[in-house]
Design a protein around this ligand. Structure first.
Ligand SMILES: Cc1ncc(COP(=O)(O)O)c(C=O)c1O
Length: 363
């Protein structure tokens, strides 16, 4: 068969049959363990922390969507990141994008640094080479970043990481493989908060690591079974269901976001809108903090809630939510202040979202 197109992969990628009923939907194998017929015998499934058929189908689909050789499904995006960080030994140095999801930064600052890892922040693609040290092991990039929507040139970065023998890790939560396939651009590992666009319905937490080679897969599979932060069968099933419409949702959210970004660019009470021109996420500064706080209370349709990427439009106040644990001075330096709001555009009619925002921004 020809290589399937992306939209087909969302529905059929890595398809496997697990029973003989003809069911076209993978069952939820809600079991902790699997019986063995004999010593040394077995079905290939031993215990659900290691393998579970529902989760396996999901992992095969994600690997197919991202063009990876393996994908591991975790109980959250942070669980995926924390297992990935177990790969690095004391004394290692990582280069990270200078704007990151607050929870990732909290992990690096409070868990990884205690273990003896150190970090340098990259603000421009061009500065990468200068930051590399003798003990640098990896580069960890979000693009676009959360919440400042900065972008990095993954192709250029991967040329350098390949040449210098460093691992390139990309958190692709915002764009998903529908808009950006980091492995095709030279990344070694891709991180996802599957809670967001991949699951897409604001109803479950999930995380993924996708890798481009068998050696990395083996190392991570060992850490995976040892740490036990795997995704449950039911949650795996929910993400599998969500993925079937990933392409439709991404298209719609992208189109609506373009219109909403236009509206925000022109709004007199919006000082600046940050939209990378692709995807469903927009950050924007309103004219003062009082308006930011008041507008959050005035919204009717849009939920004032943490998270992103689901079918419902959500608005977040990074200063008190996603980035609340970042020291105040660091937050200010990064531009995360009381005037900044972040919107995750859902699949509603964009006119309704615009009119809700318009009312709220009147001040
Ligand atoms: C870019 C990014 N990476 C990772 C995470 C963490 O994922 P989770 O909340 O599923 O643990 C988030 C959560 O908001 C995120 O936005």
């Amino acid at each position: 068969m020809n290589r399937m197109k992306f939209d087909t992969l969302c529905v059929h990628g890595g398809r496997k049959t697990y029973d003989n009923t003809g069911s076209i939907v993978t069952p939820i194998f809600q079991t902790a363990t699997f019986a063995r017929g004999s010593v040394g015998g077995g079905t290939g499934y031993d215990y659900s922390r290691l393998q579970n058929p529902t989760r396996e189908q999901l992992e095969l689909r994600i690997a197919a969507l991202d063009g990876g050789c393996d994908a591991l499904a975790f109980s959250s995006g942070m669980a995926a990141i924390s297992v990935l960080m177990e790969m690095f030994e004391t004394g290692g140095h990582l280069i990270i994008s200078d704007d990151l999801y607050g929870g990732t930064l909290r992990f690096f600052n409070n868990v990884s640094e205690k273990k003896g890892l150190s970090f340098s922040e990259l603000s421009e693609t061009e500065d990468l080479e200068k930051l590399i040290r003798i003990n640098t092991k990896a580069v960890f990039i979000e693009t676009p970043t959360n919440p400042m929507m900065k972008t990095f040139d993954l192709k250029k970065i991967s040329e350098i990481t390949r040449r210098r023998g460093l691992m390139l890790i990309v958190d692709n939560t915002f764009l998903t493989p529908y808009f950006q396939r980091p492995i095709d651009l030279g990344a070694d590992a891709v991180v996802y908060s599957g809670t967001k666009y991949l699951a897409g319905h604001n109803d479950t937490l999930a995380g993924f690591l996708v890798v481009n080679n068998a050696e990395l897969s083996e190392k991570l599979r060992f850490l995976y079974k040892t740490t036990g932060s795997c995704l449950s069968p039911l949650d795996s099933w929910l993400v599998l269901r969500g993925l079937k419409t990933l392409h439709l949702r991404m298209e719609r959210q992208n189109n609506s976001a373009q219109r909403i970004a236009e509206f925000l660019y022109r709004h007199p009470n919006v000082e600046k809108a940050l939209y990378p021109g692709i995807g469903g996420m927009i950050s924007f500064y309103v004219k003062d903090e009082a308006l930011a706080r008041a507008s959050l209370e005035k919204l009717n349709l849009i939920y004032f809630a943490e998270s992103l990427g689901g079918v419902e439009t959500l608005i977040t106040y990074p200063m008190t939510q996603t980035h609340a644990d970042i020291p105040c001075a660091d937050r200010e330096r990064k531009g995360i202040n009381g005037k900044l709001l972040r919107i995750s555009v859902g699949i509603e009619d964009p006119d309704d979202i615009i009119s809700d925002l318009n009312e709220a921004l009147k001040g």
